[in-house]
Write a protein that binds this ligand. Structure first.
Ligand code: FEO
Ligand code: CA
Ligand code: CA
Ligand code: CA
Length: 716
């Protein structure tokens, strides 16, 4: 155990990364990818004390057994129809019928409707160890780490977890959330979640060091990665959802890093770069790792990004010298057999030892596609979409019928990408249409973004707007693979797809400030990217980059949102324009910007991570690593009309957590969010938790649903 882990739990983190992220999170989530410590300040605790005191003074704080808090509202659960809808187990609808019945055709995600006012009263920043929602709303914890997923899963016992038990239970550190209507009614759904990473300090009673874990505990940790599919039912006619706990639940499924087999698709499938001793075909990979954000396709499948997979491999010092630059470009250590705080999964599975299995690492870093409506289906890794630290992928159907996926590579100074399918979407709800659509991501063109600037000379790194009043410009999608051919001189298609970062380096892509979620807005069809932060911008000698118009602040601590508009509305095209609608931070900070809206009325926001849209096209933003000494949260703003830029905070998550997901139900009656890594503060452990959310004992990641007590659509 290193010195930093012996300190007492800190409120709000110790500022290890760009925001206020605790160094424990940096260690477990991304193996200290942003190793730029900044001192903690006494303002941290002072700020939290101030908020708690104010809330208490107003006499409106209300905590329930599951951590329910409604600020400014008493009787949060009054008026909610209690209990599950009674009756027989839900009828089984076949996979194809089920997806089709709920309208997962090409048009279904093209929501209509103009801007709608977000009428909720914003909640204040706070450091409470609870989930906080606006006045007039309530929430429930739908599922948490250790809950049953596969019917018959063993009861959760953190002192006796095994790979087998965890493989049937809800995994750790839920990130992406999707809720897909199931059947023909409006009262059943499938919840699909990613489980990004584990924090063994917080998972195992008596934890001392990673090396001291038993092999069975290591297997449990591996199995706590992956995804979960869980059937939900609506409570009464409300926006509240709960897990179905009876009947066959045929869709319920765990996909794990321990044993789930993935098929590899696309041009690099079967490549020598992907072959291993255990898989001489190069087409079958066990497991998925560090699944962060994702997206829902128009044909009803889930895309999930394999992000910080580099940290799971040891033995990088023993690979051939010529293999080391590629490993280094992806953050895999090549200087020590066991980098500091290695998870040591090689103890139970030699494929995590690069010295023995140097190509296993190439089998991670992909977009994976899961069909939750076909529980027997083999999940796939799509090589045509490139290999990097994939945050996620979100698809829009172009006017031509091709499908276009937008993707971010979440690393400081890395890139934004898009994929354009070779084939066109098949419309209609037939079995054959869906079968065809399931192949759309297996072949296509891959591009990386190069941004050009209109006011480059005026960018001084402070965030000061240029004289034309906007950070904006034009851009080009640079082809990496097109029409089945490599567009990178001297590179094969397989090399471009497996070593996509270096290929993008070679064509001159634009270095961005940690591009995370990149998602098309289904209403205005523009693309929105969360650029989380980059404190190394403009401050790193010999690498990185100075501020530019698209990343306009040096030492960018709070991040920003980029809006991208494809020229002519053609998502398959190669030119676009871009602008920055939101520059995050404390609105009192002159470098912030909120679409020109009155800054005295907007909520402070820091470190945007995931973006989502409701059916009206409003932008929802979740945060990871709040650098303003408040808990992370979820925010929303209209993007057009008089309320454009009126960003308001909708919820905050408990101490030490980041907010993920988020997912707004298609009927706008429920906001789903993932509470990831509650209590992950330096010095915390299972036995000495920094958060007791959600059950009052020790911290457990979980999924919450938030709904409006009067039954009206959320936010409007
Ligand atoms: Fe897993 Fe980029 O956050
Ligand atoms: Ca993320
Ligand atoms: Ca998203
Ligand atoms: Ca994040």
């Amino acid at each position: 155990m290193n010195e930093s882990r012996r300190r007492l739990p800190l409120l709000g983190g110790d500022g290890h990364s760009g925001g206020s992220r605790s160094s424990m999170t940096c260690l477990y989530r991304c193996a200290n990818a942003c190793d730029h410590p900044a001192p903690n300040t006494s303002a941290n605790e002072y700020f939290g004390d101030q908020v708690e005191a104010e809330v208490t003074r107003r006499g409106v704080l209300k905590a329930g057994s599951a951590g329910a808090i409604a600020l400014g509202f008493a009787g949060a659960t009054a008026g909610v129809a209690a209990g599950a809808a009674a009756g027989a187990a839900p009828a089984f609808a076949g996979p194809a019928e089920s997806a089709a019945a709920e309208g997962f055709s090409a048009a279904s995600l093209h929501a209509s409707g103009g801007p709608a006012a977000l009428t909720f009263a914003p909640i204040p920043p706070n450091t409470l160890d609870n989930l906080v929602v606006p006045n007039g709303y309530d929430h429930n914890v739908i599922i948490r780490w250790g809950d049953e997923v596969v019917p018959g899963a063993p009861d959760f016992d953190p002192a006796a977890q095994t790979g087998a038990s965890q493989s049937k239970q809800f995994g750790y550190n839920n990130d992406f959330v999707a809720v897909l209507p199931l059947g023909r009614g409006h009262d059943r759904a499938l919840l699909v979640c990613n489980h990004e990473y584990t924090n063994e300090n917080l998972m195992f009673p008596g934890f001392t060091t990673l090396d001291a874990l038993s092999d069975e505990q290591v297997r449990a940790a591996i199995a706590a990665h992956g995804l979960s599919v869980v059937e939900l039912e609506r409570v009464g006619h409300t926006g509240q959802w709960q897990v179905v706990t009876r009947g066959r639940r045929p869709y319920n499924r765990r996909i794990t890093a321990l044993e789930t087999v993935f098929a590899v698709t696309g041009p690099a499938a079967g490549s020598a770069l992907l072959k291993t001793a255990a898989d001489p075909t190069g087409k079958r990979v066990v497991g998925t790792l560090n699944n962060c954000a994702g997206g829902v396709t128009p044909w009803g499948t889930i895309l999930s990004g394999e992000e910080n997979w580099n940290q799971y491999f040891v033995g990088g010092d023993g690979v051939p010298e010529e293999a080391k630059p590629a490993l280094n470009r992806y953050g895999v250590s090549t200087t020590a057999r066991y980098p500091a705080d290695s998870r040591r999964w090689d103890r139970v599975d030699a494929r995590f030892d690069l010295t023995a299995n140097p190509t296993e690492v190439n089998r991670f870093g992909w977009i994976v596609e899961i069909d939750p409506f076909d529980p027997g289906s083999t999940p796939r890794k799509h090589t045509a979409m490139g290999r990097f630290k994939h945050e996620g992928a979100n698809v829009i159907v172009a006017d031509s019928g091709h499908v276009v996926a937008y993707m971010g590579d979440d690393e400081r100074f890395d890139y934004m990408y898009k994929f354009v399918s070779t084939r066109k979407i098949a419309h209609g709800d037939s079995y054959w249409a869906r079968k065809q659509n399931l192949t759309l991501l297996e072949s296509g063109d891959l591009y990386v973004a190069k941004l050009d600037f209109t006011s480059a000379a005026e960018i001084d790194g402070t965030g000061k707007l240029p004289t034309d009043g906007a950070f904006n410009g034009t851009g080009t999608w640079l082809p990496l693979v097109k029409d089945g051919r490599s567009m990178v001189t001297g590179w094969t298609v397989e090399q471009v797809l497996v070593f996509t970062r270096q290929a993008a380096d070679a064509v001159g892509a634009t270095k961005m400030d940690r591009p995370e979620d990149v998602e098309p807005n289904p209403v205005n069809r523009k693309i929105y990217a969360a650029l989380t932060n980059n404190t190394a911008r403009g401050t790193t000698t010999g690498r990185g980059a100075l501020a530019d118009e698209a990343n306009p602040r040096n030492a960018n601590k709070h991040g920003h949102i980029l809006e991208l508009t494809e020229d002519g509305g053609d998502h398959t095209g190669t030119t676009f324009s871009w602008a920055i609608p939101i520059v995050c931070g404390d609105p009192a900070d002159p470098s912030t910007y909120f679409m020109g809206y009155d800054k005295t009325k907007v909520s402070p926001i820091s470190c945007p991570d995931n973006v989502a849209f409701d059916s009206k096209g409003n932008l929802w933003i979740s945060t990871d690593g709040n650098g303003l000494l408040s808990n992370d949260g979820l925010f929303a703003t209209a993007l057009s009309g008089p309320e454009a830029g009126h960003l308001k905070q909708f919820l905050t998550v408990p101490r030490g957590a980041e907010t993920c997901g988020p997912f707004i139900a298609t009927d706008n009656k429920t906001v789903f969010a993932a509470v990831q890594h509650p209590g992950e503060l330096t010095g915390a452990s299972f036995d000495k938790p920094a958060s007791t959310w959600p059950d009052g004992d020790y911290s457990k990641p979980g999924i919450v649903g938030v709904w409006r007590l009067d039954g009206k659509p959320v936010g409007s």
